[in-house]
Design a protein around this ligand. Sequence first.
Ligand code: NAD
Length: 311
Amino acid sequence: MRIDLKGRRALVAGVADDGGFGFAIAKSLAECGARVCVATWPPALNVFEMMWKRGKFDASRRLSDGKLFDFEHVFPLDAAYDNLEEVPDDVRNNRRYAERGDFTIQGLTDSIRRQFGPSSLDIVVHCLANGPEVARPLMDTTRRGYLSAISTSAYSNVSLVSHLAPLMRQGGSFLSLTYLASERVVPGYGGGMSSAKAALESDTRYLSFEAGRRFGLRVNALSAGPYASRAASVTGMIHEVVSYYENNAPLPNRLEPSQVAHAAVFMCSPWAAAITGTTLHVDNGLHVMAKGLGPNDLNWLGLEQSVAETA
Ligand SMILES: NC(=O)c1ccc[n+]([C@@H]2O[C@H](COP(=O)([O-])OP(=O)(O)OC[C@H]3O[C@@H](n4cnc5c(N)ncnc54)[C@H](O)[C@@H]3O)[C@@H](O)[C@H]2O)c1
């Protein structure tokens, strides 16, 4: 059984290199036959385009049939803004923005409608986050930093759903990426990012009801385990968190972006047609654990060594 997405169009918002979940999801969608567009943050777009042209991502672009996949289109997107009137002058006049036309969520919506027509999208993946004060404890976060984290990392998903839902075809699906820090305390995940992820998950439930009844669309979230992407490295703690998962999760393995991508493709495919409003954990099961493993815990289980050690 294969997931077949031929004839479907996907948009993955939040791809600027080949080292994060967005790229892995885009590649897996392409592997299943979907046409894939991406939306990229203007400050990262020049470097992304240059590296793409120079073939720096060619190894990552290779599909199982040996061919290199390509994006159908790369849109500029700053998900902190819904329309150009909201954009402060210093951003709008910044060289990296000024050359890109309308990079807001309204601009993205207009471009998709212009380019592909009024009923042209099947899958939208929100795979972006930004919290300028993520390295600060919540207690030391400014109002400005907190609101910025929520605006870019959570409200942007509400806005994408409300703008793009009218362009979605029957059976369409939205997915966003979240993290366990919304439910549990992960020291180091500060700046209001934990609050943003909690909002993202709550919004997923409300949006599933509203977009389900208004448009017949599904809205889900996927709570990924930690991976040392560019964004995650900003916290300065990612390697420690990755090791904690490997040592303490039910499946003591390193999480691969492709595993997150496969779950994402399933959630966006017709195989998940009755799943909406849910947050699916793809984290080797760590979310079910309420205690880190102590020296005697594996002995108690009748094991002398961890599975990782014996492999
Ligand atoms: N890496 C992890 O450990 C982890 C774990 C769980 C969830 N996630 C989530 O996965 C998603 C993807 O992150 P990733 O870790 O793969 O890192 P990443 O660096 O590949 O992706 C983050 C993207 O957000 C983009 N971005 C930042 N500000 C933006 C803005 N204002 N407008 C548009 N785009 C903007 C960046 O350019 C980048 O492409 C995020 O939502 C993240 O919170 C990551």
